[in-house]
Design a protein around this ligand. Structure first.
Ligand code: ADP
Ligand code: MG
Length: 246
């Protein structure tokens, strides 16, 4: 997928000042940067949870262009994009009144009109993939944070997205639960899923990413291999940012 010259302001606050990113099929790109640098806003622009004021977005056959005088895309087009560009958030937002399997199958059944039996089969396969085959009938309140987050990932995968966006999905977890979620993401990377991650897990990012982008004050200040960006940073702001993680 690709984004070109994305501008996003909230009121007079210009949060994204022309951010571009091209992600090849099967590529894993991680975005790092200080809090407030615009990482979440950029991810949300990639599936149009936020509408940019200017810029272009392309994902599969979906094409959007934003700018003065252009009409905002209608909800139907947004819904089609979001089927293909899945997103998982820091806070999992599972449906509390539905069991785990129903949480996973809700999207395919409601949005895609998939038959219940087929959705259940898909849901069980995905729960198996995230290591929760035995939790299909459990309710979210009975799960640990790491388990909930893995259900949230299975739920996003149930839509069979072409691209997955992960916004700090381990930041709200107790430290001992982080690795089980990272392991799921690592497996997805190994299977060739196209992914854009925002994370503060630098060792993981260096390990799993094809490229790493450093966002600073609403621009993509640096982008390159994990070696260039995380292990041998030249940009002084990037070096300062990374010092916190040593
Ligand atoms: P990051 O994810 O890198 O921490 P964000 O994209 O969340 O950064 O935020 C970038 C800036 O945009 C912050 O100053 C934040 O307060 C502001 N911002 C984000 N979302 C909104 C919003 N819905 N309304 C107003 N300001 C927002
Ligand atoms: Mg954020």
């Amino acid at each position: 997928m690709s984004a070109e010259g994305i501008h996003k302001a909230f009121g007079t606050h210009q949060v994204l000042k022309g951010v571009s990113l091209d992600v090849a099929r099967g590529e894993v790109v991680t975005l790092i940067g200080a809090s407030g640098s615009g990482k979440s806003t950029f991810l949300r622009c990639l599936n149009l949870l936020e509408l940019p004021q200017a810029g272009k977005l392309a994902a599969g056959e979906h094409r959007f262009e934003f700018g003065t005088g252009r009409k905002a895309p209608d909800d139907a087009r947004l819904a089609l994009l979001r089927r293909d560009v899945g997103m998982v958030f820091q806070h999992f937002n599972l449906f509390p009144h539905m069991n785990v399997l129903a949480n996973v199958t809700e999207g395919p059944v409601q949005v895609k009109g998939m038959a219940k039996a087929e959705a259940n089969e898909l849901g069980r396969d995905l729960l198996d993939k995230v290591g929760l085959a035995d939790k299909a009938d459990a309710f979210p309140s009975r799960l640990s944070g790491g388990q909930k987050q893995r259900v949230a990932i299975a739920r996003a995968l149930a839509m069979k997205p072409d691209v997955m966006l992960f916004d700090e999905v381990t930041s709200a977890l107790d430290p001992e639960l982080v690795s089980e979620v990272l392991a799921v993401i690592r497996n997805l990377a190994a299977e060739g899923m196209t992914m854009i991650l925002v994370t503060h897990e630098m060792a993981f990012a260096a390990d799993v990413s094809n490229r790493v982008g450093f966002m600073n004050e609403g621009v993509m200040a640096e982008i390159g291999s994990p070696d260039d960006v995380i292990r041998k940073p030249r940009n002084p702001r990037l070096a300062t940012f990374l010092e916190r993680f040593h």
